[in-house]
Design a protein around this ligand. Structure first.
Ligand code: SF4
Length: 319
């Protein structure tokens, strides 16, 4: 297995098991997040790299599939191919490898993001693993005040089990984790045509996502999240979003589309966003004015160049 050191952690590239997963720390939300509703009002004009402290927040990002059968235009994972779902024991193996290889033995917060390779709603083992295995596994290695798992989905339209998965995840979030879990929908645009291009016609329409959202139970703890990975060309129509989704149940998260090989090749404008807040302000301000809770998350240049961000997969890049 190849272990690649990054500025904020490590990436494990496991060719033998066809897996890739990573461990990172965080710069602290006052340094890389603007969210008026959380009292974080400072505009983020670029994020300065500094050492991270895993005892404060520790993020494990793991794969749920070996490669990915979706073909999102901004993502490198499909280039690896697709070799099936990650088994429940292999999900544990990813988390366990991460925990075992650090000296840190306690943390305020251990996040597990099912967001390296794969679309998690295709893999029902994610549900069983989260409900029955994850917290016990973490407790074997560290004392974590909070264990916070997060599912991000691009809502694949051919997945007949999608709604069942999402409802089950909501039950786990609300009942098993008392609200301490995340559910994120990758929306990226309020224009179906623009979405279809980005998600290669593999995601539900916005109207279908809206209908699904109406079936979700009221979130306990944190609201659900509508993710927008943006470039200057992104269409984000606040009125349309407000008609489609309930701002009492959802927040909006804005991030840049990352500089993955595929995003560059497919012509996404990914070059300017890290130090220029103007790009985000034009999306954030109308949403906040309309009463939405909005988080703007900005990675550092180091994080992006380390390719720890969403849509990257080093295993897909041949040496
Ligand atoms: S963004 Fe997610 S669902 Fe889309 S191709 Fe990449 S790993 Fe698959």
């Amino acid at each position: 297995m190849k272990i690649i050191k990054t500025h904020t952690g490590k990436i494990y590239v496991d060719q033998e098991h066809k897996l890739e997963f990573l461990t990172v720390g965080d710069y602290g939300k006052e340094n890389n997040i603007k969210a008026d509703f959380l009292g974080l009002h400072k505009e983020i004009h670029g994020v300065q790299h500094h050492d991270v402290d895993l005892t404060q927040k520790w993020v494990a990002t793991i794969s749920t599939q070996k490669g990915c059968p979706m073909h999102c235009q901004f993502c490198d994972c499909p280039k690896f191919g697709f070799y099936g779902n990650v088994a429940r024991g292999e999900l544990a193996y990813e988390v366990e490898t991460i925990l075992r290889n650090e000296d840190v033995r306690s943390t305020s917060r251990f996040n597990v993001h099912f967001a390296r390779m794969g679309e998690p709603t295709w893999n029902g083992e994610v549900l069983a693993f989260t409900e029955h295995d994850l917290r016990g596994l973490v407790a074997k290695y560290i004392v974590a005040d909070t264990v916070h798992p997060v599912v991000s989905t691009m809502l694949p339209k051919h997945n007949k089990g999608l709604e069942g998965f999402v409802l089950e995840w909501c039950r786990i979030k609300n009942k098993v984790y008392s609200g301490e879990a995340g559910l994120q929908f990758s929306i990226n645009s309020t224009d179906n045509e623009q979405r279809d291009t980005q998600f290669n016609n593999m995601s539900l329409s916005l109207e279908e996502i809206s209908a699904l959202a109406r079936h979700l139970p009221r979130p306990v703890g944190r609201k659900y999240t509508l993710n927008f990975a943006v470039t200057e060309e992104t269409i984000l129509d606040t009125d349309r979003l407000s008609k489609l989704f309930d701002k009492d149940r959802f927040i909006v998260k804005i991030t840049p589309i990352h500089k993955t090989a595929s995003a560059v090749r497919n012509g996404f404008n990914v070059t300017t966003e890290y130090t220029d807040y103007n790009v985000y302000r034009k999306f954030e301000a109308p949403l906040v004015a309309a009463g939405w809770d909005v988080i703007v998350f900005v990675p550092s240049e180091e994080e992006d160049s380390d390719r720890i961000t969403c849509g990257n997969a080093l295993i897909a890049v041949k040496d």
